[in-house]
Design a protein. Structure first.
Length: 101
């Protein structure tokens, strides 16, 4: 698939973007999420300044991304440990089978 030109709206501004056709949905979804988060912060904190709202949204998104990366790293470490343990068990089993033969 090729690229498409789309227009997204964030903070009362339109931004034309060229994206891969298969990524259009996620790009539009991300723009909607930013807009929704800006509205939530505006309602929660009574802020109207778009720059402050965008700063809070970007900070919140980065914290979420960092948490996700940290959790993924922890999960990968746990998985590697389990794989290593399974390898050892298989090796020990194969060695004990070879002794029996």
């Amino acid at each position: 698939m090729g690229e498409v030109v789309i227009k997204i709206r964030i903070g009362d501004r339109d931004y034309p973007l060229r994206v891969k056709a298969e990524e259009e949905g996620i790009v539009r979804s991300a723009a909607k999420k930013v807009t929704d988060m800006m509205k939530a912060y505006r309602d929660q904190f009574g802020l109207d300044d778009k720059q402050d709202l965008l700063a809070m949204v970007s900070f919140d998104c980065l914290v979420e991304k960092m948490r996700s990366e940290e959790q993924r790293s922890i999960n990968e470490d746990e998985l590697c440990g389990k794989i290593s343990n399974l390898r050892s068990q298989i090796t020990n089993l194969l060695l004990s089978l070879m002794v029996c033969l």
